[in-house]
Design a protein around this ligand. Structure first.
Ligand code: PMP
Length: 385
């Protein structure tokens, strides 16, 4: 601290580097004619009826806070949706919490459930928020790499270090960002058995649950003995293309949701009211739009996978979210991504930005219009040739 610079940033915050994804966006922003396969958000607009519900709520003057946990009607709709989809029964009063994006739910879970020094195992490659979230909660991160050979599924072998280190929590995300991997019921059953045996609490980020292309999504909370030790994160950003409305939710046992609400009621008060109106209509009336967006993502997924195969680039068959995770043709993924951007104006994100296991790969998002996607794949082909 000095007189010129009286503000000292906390050590905790200084220890977290800026997001590895952002650097490529900044480079891409300075260039013309860039096709970005780097984005992690839908290129679609939220369904019209959801937007209309938001507009109408404003016309009615509904600009106040809601209940801390979210509008009861919305919590009921979320619980009903979960029951219909998975047969999982959550009490809207004390087992559902509406948050400002799944992001807030993730942050709340760490702050409410992690004591200083607790070990949080994070299955990687993973979405970039988990590790900083654990650090901000003064927890210790144990990274659990998954492997390309296993199609980035979390296996009992991958989990062996978790038992040895005596972790308290496990964070996992399927369908996965950045790999596009999904896990079926049998694979999840092995993780569930491990969690029960080692008394692990599971934080399951299922925000891409609606974007599953082969078979139905299975929530790990549906496996025997898991509902009571799992907090599920989900939200409206991906399935309903509502990223900017900032609305998500957490489902879990009353003890965990109550603790998360304790933090939420002081730090957020309530999730955005206008967005809650949009979300209620989305969940109740916009299922057809979700089906149509999923159809379009699937068409793009198959196109991108086929093009990588034609180019001779190894890419496992991702079956969820809107990412594929090809192996990088060069040893240095950063150098490849920069050279591709420079030569062909196509942006993608080096896999190491997502932690252990991603080092030799690139994240390619197909949340981009089909024409742009075709242009990008043509350019990549020219570049690798
Ligand atoms: N989890 C994952 C795996 C994500 O990819 C994202 C968004 N990129 C989020 C959570 C955050 O979503 P939200 O917009 O609901 O905060």
């Amino acid at each position: 601290m000095s007189e010129d610079e009286p503000i000292t940033v906390s050590e905790r915050v200084r220890s977290v580097p800026p997001s590895g994804i952002r650097r490529f966006f900044e480079l891409a922003e300075e260039m013309d004619d860039v096709v970005s396969l780097g984005v992690g958000e839908p290129d679609f607009t939220a369904p019209w009826r959801a937007r209309q519900a938001a507009i109408e709520s404003l016309e009615r003057g509904q600009t106040s806070y809601t209940a801390n946990r979210g509008k009861r009607e919305l919590r009921e709709a979320i619980a009903a949706d979960c029951e219909a989809r998975y047969g999982l029964d959550y009490d809207p009063d004390d087992e559902v919490l509406v948050t400002a994006g799944a992001s807030e739910a993730i942050d709340l879970a760490f702050r409410a459930l992690v004591d200083p020094g607790d070990t949080v195992a994070v299955a990687q490659p993973s979405y970039v928020s988990y590790v900083p979230g654990v650090v901000f909660a003064d927890g210790e991160v144990l990274s659990v790499p998954t492997r390309a050979e296993d199609e980035f599924v979390l296996t009992p072998e991958a989990l062996s270090s978790v038992g040895a280190e005596g972790a308290d929590l496990l964070v996992m995300c399927y369908p996965n960002n950045p790999t596009g991997a999904t896990m079926d019921r049998e694979q999840l059953a092995e993780v569930a058995a491990f969690a029960r045996e080692h008394d692990l609490v599971v934080l399951s980020d299922e925000i891409y649950s609606e974007l599953t292309y082969e078979g139905e999504h299975t929530s790990i909370a549906t496996l025997p003995g898991m509902r009571e030790r799992t907090v599920v994160f989900n939200g409206f950003s991906k399935a309903y293309a509502m990223t900017g409305l900032r609305l998500g939710y957490a489902l879990g046992p009353a003890s965990a949701i109550g603790a998360m609400n304790r933090v939420h009621q002081y730090t957020m008060l309530s999730a955005p009211t206008t967005a809650q109106h949009a979300a209620l209509t989305a969940i109740e009336e916009c299922g057809d739009e979700v089906v149509e967006m999923r159809r379009q993502y699937d068409r793009r997924r198959q196109f991108v996978l086929a093009r990588f195969e034609e180019m001779g680039i190894d890419c496992f068959e991702a079956t969820g979210a809107f990412y594929v995770f090809p192996e990088c043709p060069w040893d240095d993924t950063d150098a490849f991504a920069e050279a591709l951007l420079d030569a062909e104006s196509v942006a993608m994100v080096p896999g190491d930005a997502f932690g252990a296991g991603g080092e030799d790969h690139l994240r390619v998002s197909y949340a981009t219009g089909f024409d742009d996607l075709r242009t990008a794949m043509d350019r990549i082909e020219r570049f690798v040739e």
